[in-house]
Design a protein around this ligand. Structure first.
Ligand SMILES: *[C@@H]1O[C@H](CO)[C@@H](O)[C@H](O)[C@H]1NC(C)=O
Ligand SMILES: *[C@@H]1O[C@H](CO)[C@@H](O)[C@H](O)[C@H]1NC(C)=O
Length: 821
């Protein structure tokens, strides 16, 4: 043991310790013939001297040769060779200690030297001494590390240690890290002799400052000269999200029109983040805003573009403040304020609201009556919200502004339901936007009825003709009055106004149906009694108060030929005999007498014609067909019988015609006695004559009276008309008497009255009405004339009623009074 220790003593010089070792070791070797020990540094060149074995083993060179000394090696490699001639050992093969022993120390190999004759065995041990022939080396040239910038101080990063095959002092002695700003090196020895190297972060890294670091780790050994190995450590600082995004502008302002379509870009916000990559990615979102705003705007997560997503309504909100949050993935945020101003658009149609409205207005409302109160409104602002209200101009209404936004519609004129029953009023409002928006509303105003129109007859006077002898209940005609009003105000009822006609109540003649205005005749009318009559009918509506109007109805009774002619003269007496005297000296055309007949009918029905029906001597007499005059048609001769009997038929012109027959007795004689003798068969002849004389006197007196009366009347009428004609001379229309052609008078005027006179007397006054006036009383008195007995009293009445008849009667026997006129 001591031997090894000694050998290791570094202070020994190689030569000295070689010898010492051999000696001492030989002493110890007893099993083998001898042994030697050498120590050589590694990496000696081939042939380098190892040791003098001959000397060290006490053998001479000859012995070596004779004994055929040779080396026996156990292993495959033989590092050392024996030089027999010199008895030295030399390097046969380069020895690499690291290869031979690795890290084992001390490092030696042994071999035997064998000699024959006699066999001698010597052990030689060669110790290989390390030299610093290897540098420390790292497994890799470069180490790449990625360290997050937010790695805490004290974080350790283990590094691979370097390796140096050399041993001892030549092995790695220390490690150094450069530069050492951020890291320091900690080296720990391990039980197995290895080193555990760690890099410890001392100062935090900041990617934003320096993104990469390059360090060099140096491993140095203790050999002479020093050898070292290096490894470059590349450190990439990994970004940590340590920077918050920052908005480019603290406040963004933007204007956007209301009603902008969805997708309209309002503005775009931007933000920067100093971090890199994902950590530098900024996303945007809208935060901390009212719910409505959140629905109206959206921000693009990536670009920060703010778009409209809903319907912006200026009228709801004029500004919105959006807080757009810019955030990175690490949760760092910044808030960009966006103030959005909504610009008003004319998007609200003005509204019209009827606050109060009566759809019916009385037609008697005075101008200025309010019919409606209207409220108009426009939600827009400024000009877009200023409204103007108007109504159509073709109605009698006007619109007036009252309070702001309130208008009243009032009547502008008087209304008349009968001309315009309703009005359509169009209320139009328009604002002052561009283009302006308008809206309109129609209201219908009904004009309610007031009873302001009386019923109106189609004519104010009606004239209807009813044939006499009508059946009772005969419907004459229908009155009709219209009323322009409405409903009850237009319901017309008809009322007959009571009055008296010839002592008869009008209601006993006619009736009027109050509902439908039909005029009925109540009884059968008689022309001979009533020729016409007037009555008033009132049409009254059912309004309150009722209005009415009156129409005058004239009913004209139409004559029918219902009365036969009545013979007035010659009077038909029952017993007595009346005869006309004709002197035998009478000429041709001598007027014997005149048959006087009347017909109470009128017109054609009263036109009478006379015909000779029977005669004793047809050749002697003729009857004037129109005037009833009986004249001689030839000279009377002595041969003619005294007693002549003529039968004259009087016919009217009605359809069918009615007739009456009269017997005329004519006495052809020159003296009364002759006549009497002839008519002696008449017992009351004398009495008759007395009576006749009396009647004639009486008649004369009456006629005279009547004549004077007529005269007075005519003169006064003439006077009156003369005065009238001076004022208005046209008014006196000439009266043209009417004669049917066949009645025209063809006869001469010898001793007779002309028709002209006969009729003109009573018709001179201005119309045919007068005829009726004169005739009327007579018609009443004629009722009993039809009978057989002639009453002087009645005759008087008849005569007094009929001037014309009278005049004709008188003209024969007496002074033709009217011819004088
Ligand atoms: C009012 O309008 C209604 C319906 O549009 C129409 O029937 C009526 O005739 C109109 N009235 C007037 C007076 O124009
Ligand atoms: C009808 O009435 C008017 C006045 O209303 C009156 O003048 C006239 O005489 C009346 N006529 C008749 C036939 O009653």
């Amino acid at each position: 043991t001591w031997c090894w220790l000694w050998l290791w003593s570094p202070s020994c010089s190689s030569r000295r310790w070689q010898a010492l070792v051999v000696i001492l070791c030989l002493l110890k070797l007893s099993s083998v013939s001898g042994q030697a020990r050498y120590s050589i540094p590694e990496e000696q060149a081939e042939g380098s001297f190892v040791g003098n074995i001959a000397r060290d083993l006490g053998l001479d060179v000859a012995r070596l040769i004779s004994g055929k000394a040779r080396i026996i090696t156990k292993g495959s490699r033989q590092y050392v060779d024996l030089n027999q001639d010199k008895g030295t050992l030399v390097i046969k093969e380069r020895i690499d200690r690291e290869e031979l022993c690795g890290k084992t120390t001390p490092c030696s190999f042994s071999f035997e030297v064998i000699l024959e004759n006699p066999i001698q065995l010597y052990r030689v041990t060669v110790e290989v001494i390390d030299i610093n022939d290897n540098s420390p080396s790292f497994p890799k040239d470069e180490i790449n590390l990625k360290i997050a910038e937010n790695a805490a101080s004290g974080t350790r990063f283990s590094l691979e240690s370097a390796d140096d095959p050399d041993v001892g002092i030549n092995d790695i002695q220390k490690y150094t890290l450069k530069p050492s700003d951020n890291f320091k090196l900690e080296v720990q020895s391990q039980p197995d002799g290895g080193r555990f190297i760690e890099m410890v972060l001392q100062t935090p890294l900041d990617r934003e400052k320096e993104e990469t670091h390059t360090l060099v780790l140096i491993a140095s050994d203790g050999g002479e000269p020093h050898r070292s190995g290096t490894v470059r450590i590349h450190i990439t600082v990994l970004d940590a999200n340590d920077n918050a995004p920052v908005c480019s502008q603290p406040v963004y302002k933007a204007d956007v029109k209301e009603n902008s379509p969805e997708g309209t870009v309002v503005t775009a916000v931007s933000a920067t983040d100093a971090d890199k990559g994902v950590n530098g990615e900024v996303t945007f979102s809208i935060a901390h805003v009212a719910k409505e705003a959140k629905q109206l705007f959206a921000v693009n997560v990536k670009t920060g573009e703010i778009k409209v997503t809903g319907k912006l309504d200026f009228e709801k909100s004029k500004t919105y403040q959006l807080n757009v949050q810019a955030s990175d993935h690490g949760g760092f945020t910044d808030t960009c304020k966006v103030i959005v101003q909504v610009i008003d658009e004319n998007d609200n149609i003005p509204t019209i609201q009827l606050m109060s409205f009566s759809n019916s207005i009385s037609e008697d409302s005075p101008p200025g009556t309010t019919i409606a109160v209207v409220n108009v409104d426009d939600e827009d602002s400024d000009g877009n919200g200023i409204v103007k209200c108007s109504i159509n101009s073709d109605v009698p209404f006007k619109i007036e502004s009252s309070l702001t936004g309130y208008y009243t519609i009032v009547t502008d004129n008087f209304l008349d339901r009968e001309s315009v029953p309703d009005y359509n009023i169009t209320i139009t409002v328009s604002d002052q936007g561009s283009p302006p928006l308008t809206s309109s509303k129609n209201i219908n105003v009904k004009v309610s009825d007031v009873n302001d129109n009386p019923p109106k007859f189609s004519q104010s006077e009606y004239s209807k003709t009813v044939p006499e002898n009508n059946s009772p209940g005969f419907s004459v005609f229908t009155l009709s009055a219209s009323d322009a009003d409405w409903g009850q105000n237009a319901r017309v009822s008809y009322f007959l106004e009571e009055k008296e006609i010839n002592g008869l109540a009008v209601s006993s003649l006619v009736s009027v149906n109050s509902e439908n205005g039909v005029v009925h005749a109540v009884r059968s009318l008689d022309y001979e009694q009533i020729k016409w009559f007037d009555f008033n009918v009132t049409a009254r509506d059912a309004g309150s108060p009722p209005l009415s109007s009156v129409a005058t109805v004239r009913i004209i009774v139409q004559d029918q030929n219902d009365n036969p002619p009545q013979v007035l003269y010659p009077v038909q007496t029952g017993g007595s005999m009346v005869a006309e005297m004709v002197p035998r000296s009478a000429d041709v055309g001598y007027l014997v007498t005149k048959v006087v007949a009347v017909d109470v009918d009128s017109g054609q029905n009263a036109w009478l014609s006379y015909k000779l029906q029977k005669a004793t001597d047809r050749a002697l007499f003729e009857v004037g067909s129109q005037n009833g005059e009986i004249r001689t048609i030839r000279q009377v001769s002595d041969k003619d019988a005294v007693k002549q009997r003529l039968s004259v038929i009087v016919e009217d012109n009605g359809q069918p015609s009615r007739s009456a027959t009269v017997i005329v007795n004519v006495a052809v004689a020159d003296s009364f006695p002759e006549v009497l003798s002839e008519f002696s068969d008449f017992p009351h002849d004398k009495e008759y004559n007395d009576n006749l004389t009396f009647y004639l006197v009486l008649a004369l007196a009456v006629v005279s009276f009547l004549f004077i009366t007529c005269l007075v009347v005519i003169i006064s009428v003439k006077m009156y008309r003369w005065r009238q004609s001076r004022i208005l001379y046209h008014s006196n229309l000439p009266v043209i008497p009417y004669y049917p052609p066949r009645y025209s008078d063809t006869l001469g005027t010898t001793g007779t009255l002309q028709h002209v006179y006969n009729y003109e007397v009573c018709r001179t006054t201005d119309s045919r009405k007068s005829d009726m006036k004169y005739m009327q009383p007579m018609s009443q008195s004629l009722v009993s004339v039809d009978g057989d007995g002639t009453d002087a009293q009645q005759l008087e009445k008849q005569l007094s009623g009929n001037c014309s008849q009278m005049s004709t009667l008188v003209s024969d026997k007496l002074i033709p009074c009217f011819s004088l006129l």
